[in-house]
Write a protein that binds this ligand. Structure first.
Ligand code: ADP
Ligand code: MG
Length: 608
């Protein structure tokens, strides 16, 4: 035996390896500790976090607690009070059952626990560092358990280094907190981050809990779903189609009070919205399934956010039908959307100018509504009009036998106006998308939206570097409802945002914007804030400097002239001047082409 090369791993090494699976980041610790508190029958659970969980994660519960022996046992691997035999796996009602979490956490952090059962006078205090018991002694403490996890991955520098920013880790913690809070509305929860009370959730019902977490008058934006068969019971709330958002996020499925991810069920639900919502928008939903645990397998995923139903197809169709039914029953019709009419948006450079009245030679006799004796619109254009049209047509089509497109007086007027205004034009638009002009002997083709975005971006960025972006007060401040962790994120970025022209005020789950960068309007402000939050919350860490740059770009993007927008010649001229001033950029920040410069030589070649 002595020369065998196979060795049993020491426990602390085995625990560290297991920890790799169970503990990916602070949020995994939060999940395990909170689930244990729920399993212990607590009805009040407090989560205290410091620095996105990097320094401290503490969960305090009023559950049944542990006696001194169990307290010690709890940190052993495969120590669980929740299953005793393999068969129990098929009837699991608790969150945990693998008996791995505490052992894994204790292997990679400094852990202190105080716990007491109802029957004991004194409780137990245990201190463990990297699987080593440092101390165990009696302590005076309330019934229940308090576990503090400090300095996660202190002994695995490679993993500690890969933790993301406080903000990003906090977002993951927040996600776990939301999932558990939504799954258990009858339990009171609170969340404190760096001394700030972010959420205090009293025991309530599902709808109140959703409202408490998301605010935004979410109750009015939801309809209930309800369905019950022998196999499964479905309940919950799904968003009215008109409130579907650009952003995914408020989408939750729970099976037996456990949050799950399911692209398959997401698909079922989305198919109920077919034709009701715009492409690339997502409804919110909070759907709860109750099913006999025998019909599901929760053991297929180590962190248990995926489960398997033994009859997936049935669940799919029941959900789809139930959702369709509620959307129909509550008589939902998509509301008209005036928000995204690009042609109604005025580029900022022109908001200050009084609109130039286009000089059009109007035929004073022309009346498109004049009807002939048969009650039809008059078919014969006036003589004056006819003459002009012929003249311009002959300029454009110098060939004989040209045809007037049709006899409808309205189109003819349009034709006429266009021809009139194009004759001396240095700039014109192609399909309200491209600006066409010339520079010396070259033909310039420019993408109007990209061109304007990039110009604005460069200007904004320059202004930022020399101090502040000009700001404008809003007559009606913009109010944005946000979850607390997002409010916190905006607060942390406040001084930069102020430099960019925002004037912000904060209250509970609410952001009040009183002034915005000069180029933005109130309506675009919400989108910009959402884009900034997406950047801050993004899993790829972003340095503040980069964040500022991105924000400037979002502002430019939102304020720029859109594709599809009709431009006056003066506007195009102004843009071209700005393009020159900003150093004639050829690509946008994202590397997209802004301009094609087609030299005369190339054009000549077409005519070879
Ligand atoms: P599991 O939850 O899979 O059983 P854990 O490692 O998370 O494994 O916990 C081990 C055991 O410690 C649990 O089975 C439970 O008996 C006990 N325990 C853990 N946390 C608590 C708590 N907050 N209150 C009471 N008992 C707990
Ligand atoms: Mg557990």
């Amino acid at each position: 035996m002595s020369n065998s090369s196979i060795k049993l791993l020491p426990d602390h090494v085995a625990n560290q390896i297991a920890a790799g699976e169970v503990v990916q980041r602070p949020a995994s610790v939060v999940k395990e500790l909170m689930e244990n508190a729920l399993d212990a029958g607590a009805d009040n659970i407090k989560l205290i976090v410091k620095d996105g969980g990097k320094s401290l994660i503490q969960v305090i519960d009023n559950g049944k607690g542990m006696n001194p022996i169990d307290a010690r046992m709890a940190f052993e691997r495969h120590a669980t009070s929740k299953i005793a035999k393999a068969e129990d796996l098929f009837h699991i009602q608790t969150k945990g059952f693998r008996g791995e979490a505490l052992a894994s956490i204790a292997a990679v952090a400094h852990v202190e626990m105080k716990t007491k059962t109802e029957n004991e006078e004194l409780g137990t205090y245990i201190k463990i560092e990297g699987s080593k018991i440092i101390n165990q002694e009696p302590v005076a403490t309330a019934t229940g358990t308090s576990i503090a996890v400090k300095n996660l991955f202190f002994n695995i520098p490679a993993r500690r280094k890969f933790l993301k920013s406080i903000q990003v880790e906090m977002r993951h913690i927040n996600d776990e907190f939301f999932r558990l809070a939504l799954a258990h509305p009858q339990i009171a929860f609170s969340l404190i981050h760096n001394g700030n009370l972010l959420y205090q959730l009293p025991a309530s019902n599902h709808l109140q809990r959703i409202d408490r977490l998301f605010g935004q008058k979410i109750k009015q934006k939801m309809v209930p779903v309800q369905e019950e068969t022998d196999y499964i019971k479905i309940s919950g709330y799904i968003g009215k189609p008109e409130y579907a958002k650009r952003k995914r996020g408020e989408q939750y499925f729970f099976v037996n009070n456990r949050y799950i991810k399911s692209p398959y069920l997401h698909h079922a639900l989305m198919s109920a919205y077919e034709g009701l919502i715009k492409e690339k928008t997502f409804p919110s939903y909070f759907v709860y399934f109750d099913i006999d645990p025998q019909h599901i397998d929760v053991n297929i995923h180590p962190t248990k956010t995926e489960i398997k139903f033994d009859d997936e197809q049935t669940v799919y169709s029941i959900l789809k039908v139930a959702a369709k039914h509620s959307l129909g029953q509550f008589n939902i019709t998509p509301s008209m959307d005036f928000d995204s009419r690009p042609d109604l948006e005025v580029p900022y450079a022109y908001t200050k100018k009084s609109p130039k009245i286009p000089e059009i030679n109007v035929d004073p006799d022309f009346n498109p509504f004049k009807e002939d004796s048969f009650g039809q619109p008059a078919k014969t254009p006036t003589k004056h009009f006819e003459k002009k049209l012929e003249y311009w047509e002959s300029l454009i089509h110098p060939t004989e036998n040209f045809e007037i497109p049709d006899n409808n007086p309205t189109t003819q007027t349009e034709n006429f106006v266009q021809l009139e205004s194009h004759i001396n034009q240095k700039y014109f638009q192609l399909k309200n998308k491209y600006i066409v002009t010339r520079q010396d002997d070259n033909l310039l083709l420019m993408h109007q939206n990209r061109l304007h975005t990039q110009i604005l971006f460069i200007e904004l960025y320059k202004q930022l570097q020399s101090g502040h972006i000009a700001s404008q007060q809003l007559i009606f401040p913009v109010e944005i409802n946000l979850p607390e962790h997002d409010i916190e994120a905006v607060k942390n970025f406040k001084s930069e945002l102020e430099k960019m022209g925002f004037d912000l005020q904060f209250s509970t789950r609410k952001l009040l914007i009183q002034a915005v960068p000069f180029s933005l309007n109130a309506r675009q402000t919400k989108d910009v804030i959402q884009d900034i939050l997406n950047d801050i919350n993004s899993d790829t860490p972003t340095e503040t400097k980069e964040l500022i740059r991105k924000t400037a770009y979002h502002i430019a993007e939102k304020s720029a002239v859109k594709t599809g927008q009709n431009l006056q010649e003066a506007e195009m001229e102004n843009m071209l001047n700005q393009w020159f001033k900003t150093g004639r950029p050829v690509h946008t920040e994202q590397g997209k082409k802004i301009v094609y410069n087609i030299p005369l030589k190339t054009i000549d070649r077409y005519f070879d």
